[in-house]
Design a protein around this ligand. Structure first.
Ligand code: NAP
Length: 280
């Protein structure tokens, strides 16, 4: 049986476009309706197999959907959710793919009408590229999807969003929005900030001889500022805490170097090596 009749995806960029492609390829919805503000994106999304029907009006697209996924930049998610919830049918589920969760979940829990259930979601997959041109159906393969229900979230809505993501990723994990934001601050947003600082502090003449290690570590600094200023600002406290922990470690490493303390330096290198190996 097809799990969903009508799924609407608002925002057909890297994540929304890839989700549409993956859903259609796995026959998880009878109809995937996609929303973009431009006719070009709708044409491309149709040609690339991301949607069955394209619309420019999100309100029209949300009417009658059993599931609406917001795949826009983080700062647009709350206003869009409030606008669409008004026309969504009774019992329909609203979800998103935003990279931060606390602010979104807190606000929507307070302000959404009772007939619509919201479940925050964040697939841990992506790249520094944007737009439908970068979308691909395998984007979520072997990755995790984090759902952030609270005690107020309806269990049936969590089950529905799990039914959507479970066939597309290797694991769906549930955690609180606060825990989500703390973990992604340390594991995604801080590395992003480090990549930015590393890229910006490199001497201009060094760029011509950048080795592969530099390119690998700084790849994400090539991401779109429009998307990332939002992410940093909506997860500001958790990112600042992660920066503080990083600065502590950085200062200890620096101090060992200032003292030319080989044993201390080796201890730090060995501890990091063991931790990194445990990831493989
Ligand atoms: P993207 O490729 O730039 O796509 C964003 C889409 O949102 C575009 O298709 C755009 O649609 C639409 N959009 C932008 N501003 C809008 C507005 N004011 N109103 C309505 N629609 C608007 O970005 P993305 O990487 O897919 O990111 C989308 C979401 O996924 C973000 O919340 C991000 O935090 C999250 N996320 C990203 C990654 C990643 O690695 N990139 C990973 C996980 C989660 P049109 O211009 O076509 O209308």
């Amino acid at each position: 049986m097809v799990p969903f009749k009508h799924v609407t995806i608002v925002g057909l960029g890297l994540i929304g476009g890839s989700l549409g492609m993956a859903l259609r390829r796995k026959h998880l919805a009878r109809t995937v309706v996609g929303v973009s503000r431009t006719a070009r994106t709708l044409r491309l999304a149709t040609r690339r197999g991301a949607i069955d029907v394209g619309m420019t009006d999100p309100v029209r697209a949300a009417r009658g959907a059993d599931l609406v996924i917001l795949a826009t930049p983080v700062d647009v998610i709350v206003p869009l959710a409030l606008r669409l919830a008004r026309v969504m049918r009774d019992g329909a589920v609203l979800s998103d793919v935003g990279s931060t969760k606390g602010e979104i979940v807190r606000t929507l829990q307070r302000r959404l009408p009772a007939h619509v259930a919201f479940v925050g979601a964040h697939p841990l997959a992506g790249s520094e590229r944007r737009g439908i041109d970068a979308a691909r159906p395998e984007l979520f393969q072997n990755s995790l999807c984090l759902l952030t229900p609270t005690t107020q979230t309806r269990p049936a809505a969590v089950r529905a969003v799990t039914r959507l993501w479970a066939p597309l990723v290797c694991r769906v994990l549930l955690m609180s929005p606060e825990r989500h934001d703390r973990l992604v601050a340390a594991m995604s947003h801080l590395p992003h900030a480090v990549a930015i600082a590393l890229t910006s502090s490199a001497p201009p003449e060094g760029l011509a001889v950048a080795p592969r290690s530099f390119l690998e570590m700084t790849r994400i600094a090539g991401s779109d500022p429009d998307l990332w200023d939002d992410i940093f600002l909506s997860n500001r406290t958790a990112v600042l805490n992660a920066m503080t922990a990083f600065e502590r470690e950085w200062r200890a490493l620096r101090a060992a170097l200032v003292r030319a303390d080989r044993p201390a330096l080796r201890r730090r290198l060995a501890a990091a090596q063991a931790r990194r190996k445990s990831l493989e």
